[in-house]
Design a protein around this ligand. Structure first.
Ligand code: ADP
Ligand code: ZN
Length: 735
């Protein structure tokens, strides 16, 4: 009798607890069931992750009751959770928590109920002649007859009356009212124009063919679709998903959060309608709950969303698409620190479904997997309709500064190109991945730099708000009237942010319609859509923005993209700096020339001969890969190794340093010779929010060669509670 259940409770203890399944509950408690259990003096909620016929413990307590009428987690999802916990060195609770949205986990979350109105059956109520209808009542009845049924609030709004008017109709027996569950639809206010499959280009057709074969035979199970920007990858996804639906299967589409624009959603809704559910972080809890249940109950068969949509409970999965698979935002910043692209491959393996990774600039890791035969590769090298790839020009900011005497925000070339676009009523995008006005405030006399008291970075000056802000912890300070150190009043602002670019553009082109789009101008939820809508409608000539505007946008009016300062990403202290720069330039360039007029890209940089920039200029992905791969191989960096980054954080710098060297020492003796260990060393961001930070890095061919000894070492060392240990497997950012 398997009457002992192994239960993982919501408190992060990396353990399973045994509970007796009482006889009457045995029929309804299954693997993945959510249950209420006694825990110490309290009650808590947990998930059944296994069964057994005996327990090593005595005095077991019993499960109190199941929550919900069927398991929220399938057996496959439980397997996935175990894999995530194991691979990313997280606890099983953390893994399970990331599988289910909070709004679903929370006990008792339900669909919202609303009053639904329907016409009364014929013959009921007063005959129409008996008592006149007001014009509003007549309108309500007309609307209802046309519709059959409607929710009270919608009906009142459409008829232009109060709910009381409809209430009066109900009293007279002309309509009936009932409470009904109503899914909150985050897109209720939008209409979608249905679209039909497009006739594919030969390259698209070939890609679709291979994707279909992958879905039918799992040979190969994972495909990398390397398609230049504008090659029509989305249409390939759409038709591949159609194939899945035709086979009675469902699909998941992942896009990076910043690319999850209404435009993207519209493409999928336009093709597949209501069977598309959308999951992302801007939904309200209620909306997320309802969208999740639409999938869970099979009313929606396609889930589209950012990172966490990967865990959508789509039954009988046929395809997982990961668009822009190279995006760093697929990595979750909290435990479990998983990469949704890699977990997608694992979910595909567990569920026996095909996985399609798409990008114009694939990650080295993914590309290497095509070279060693793990993934299939299909390329699309031409834009749809034979549109030309944009021409990229490099402007040497150093040479320009030498010529004009000082570095300028906009080079002469860029200004000339922008002027031309304004004259032709074409649109320009300017990209700079740094917001604010000036990135530092320094005293030219004594060298004082205004820094954050809590973090090891300098404060950014925001001119509009006249504030200094820390972009790490958000601390805000007034700009000082004089240098706090030497009392000299002449401060110097240096380093350019988007706010400064906006100023300069407005002064050079006073008549142009200019809009900035960054975190500061899009704090309101609707601002983002509003700006993109205005840009699409050509009410904006020049759009200036951060990475928010680099991805996925498809605006046919844009013929010029200016990159204000390409060195920003190049100068990051990270072995992926070149790769990021290359990807960024390719993506940004992809925003230009998507309409009939060919696009141009102007890249300003102080490193015009840098290889990544030059390869990006020629859009030479293979050239870039070949060179970068050599560098990675030589230095034993990913994709030739896996990297585990351990960061220790605490208030007392000495204690953190001591714990870090203790950990490094223990690892040194525990790790095999196949692991390269570096550190302890101060993290590149050595202080954050007043906490001192130290790092230990490991590299090896297999992660388990690092994570297993690490777990053991952390278990033995008893690092003080005041120091937090952050383990990041396959780290993407090592700041
Ligand atoms: P990518 O994601 O590869 O950058 P998109 O999927 O955004 O490219 O496609 C670029 C544009 O080309 C879109 O406007 C899309 O509607 C259009 N398009 C894609 N495939 C076709 C096709 N076969 N025929 C005509 N237009 C297409
Ligand atoms: Zn700070």
């Amino acid at each position: 009798m398997m009457n002992i259940a192994k239960v993982v409770v919501g408190i992060a203890l990396d353990r399973e607890f045994d509970y007796i399944v009482p006889g009457p509950l045995q029929a309804c408690i299954r693997l993945g069931s959510c249950v209420r259990v006694p825990f110490g003096p309290r009650e808590t909620q947990g998930y059944v992750v296994g069964f057994s016929d005996r327990s090593e413990r005595s005095g077991l307590k019993s499960i109190l009751a199941p929550v919900g009428d069927r398991p929220l987690l399938s057996e496959n999802m439980l397997r996935l959770a175990r894999w995530i916990a194991d691979y990313y060195a997280a606890t099983i609770e953390q893994a399970i928590r990331s599988l289910l949205p909070c709004a679903v986990r929370r006990h008792g979350a339900r669909f919202r109920e609303q009053v639904s109105v329907a016409p009364a059956p014929p013959g009921a109520g007063n005959p129409p002649g008996n008592g006149k209808l007001t014009p509003k009542q007549a309108k309500v009845l007309d609307l209802l007859r046309a519709r059959g049924e409607a929710f009270l609030n919608d009906l009142a709004r459409e008829a232009g009356c109060t709910p009381a008017v409809i209430g009066a109709l109900a009293k007279r027996g002309l309509v009936t009212m009932a409470r009904k569950g109503r899914a909150r639809d985050p897109f209720a206010s939008r209409a979608y124009l249905p679209t039909q499959p497009l006739a594919l280009t030969p390259e698209q057709a070939a890609a679709l063919d291979i994707a279909r074969r992958a879905m039918d035979t799992l040979q190969p199970p994972v495909m990398l679709l390397h398609g230049v920007t504008g090659s029509g990858k989305t249409e390939v996804y759409l038709q591949a998903i159609r194939h899945a639906l035709d086979k009675g299967k469902g699909a998941i589409v992942l896009v990076p959060e910043i690319a999850l624009t209404p435009q993207t959603v519209e493409r999928f809704r336009g093709r597949f309608g209501d069977t598309v559910a959308v999951l992302h972080s801007h939904l309200s809890d209620g909306e997320r709950h309802d969208e999740w249940y639409r999938i869970f109950e099979g009313r929606a068969r396609i889930a589209i969303g950012a990172r966490s949509a990967l865990f959508a409970p789509v039954e009988s999965l046929g395809l997982i698409v990961v668009d822009e698979e190279h995006e760093p935002s697929y990595k979750q910043a909290e435990a479990p620190r998983y990469n949704a692209r890699d977990v997608a491959v694992m979910r595909g393996r567990i569920e026996g479904c095909a996985v399609l990774l798409g990008s114009a600039s694939p990650a080295l890791e993914s590309f290497q997997n095509t070279m060693n035969g793990k993934y299939g590769l299909v390329s699309m090298n031409a834009r749809v309709d034979n549109r030309k790839m944009p021409v990229m020009r490099i402007v040497d900011q150093g040479a320009e500064a030498a010529k004009t005497g000082k570095p300028s925000v906009l080079s002469q070339d860029l200004v000339a190109a922008m002027r031309e676009r304004l004259e032709n009523s074409e649109q320009t995008i300017l990209f700079l991945n740094r917001r604010g006005f000036a990135t530092s405030l320094t005293c030219p006399k004594c060298g004082f730099v205004a820094g954050c008291g809590q973090c090891s970075i300098s404060l950014t000056y925001h001119k509009q708000a006249d504030e200094l802000r820390c972009h790490i912890c958000g601390a805000v300070a007034r700009p000082p009237a004089a240098c706090p150190k030497c009392s000299d009043p002449a401060f110097k602002y240096s380093g350019v942010g988007t706010e400064r670019v906006e100023r300069v553009v407005r002064s050079v082109f006073p008549k142009a319609r200019v809009q900035r789009m960054d975190l500061d101008t899009t704090r309101r939820k609707e601002a983002y859509e509003q700006i993109l809508g205005d840009f699409r409608a050509r009410r904006i000539d020049i759009l200036i923005g951060t990475q928010m505007i680099a991805k996925g946008l498809d605006f046919p009016g844009v013929t010029l993209v200016g990159v204000i300062h390409a060195d920003l990403s190049l100068n990051q202290p990270d072995f992926r700096a070149s790769e990021r720069t290359f990807q960024l330039l390719v993506q940004v360039a992809g925003r230009a020339g998507r309409g009939d007029v060919p696009g141009e890209v102007i890249v300003q940089t102080f490193s015009p001969t840098n290889a990544a920039i030059q390869m990006a200029r020629r859009l030479d992905f293979r050239g870039f890969i070949d060179q970068e791969v050599e560098f990675r191989r030589e230095l034993f960096y990913p994709p030739f190794s896996h990297i585990v980054c351990v960061t220790l954080e605490g208030r007392l710098p000495e204690a953190v340093a001591e714990a870090a060297s203790g950990l490094a020492g223990r690892l040194k003796s525990a790790l095999g010779p196949e692991v390269v260990l570096s550190g302890p060393m101060p993290a590149p961001l050595s202080r954050v929010k007043g906490k001192s930070r130290q790092q230990v890095l490991m590299r090896a061919k297999a992660t388990s060669a690092m994570t297993a000894p690490l777990k053991a070492a952390l278990g033995e060392l008893k690092i003080p509670r005041a120091i937090s240990v952050i383990v990041d497997v396959d780290a993407i950012s090592m700041m």
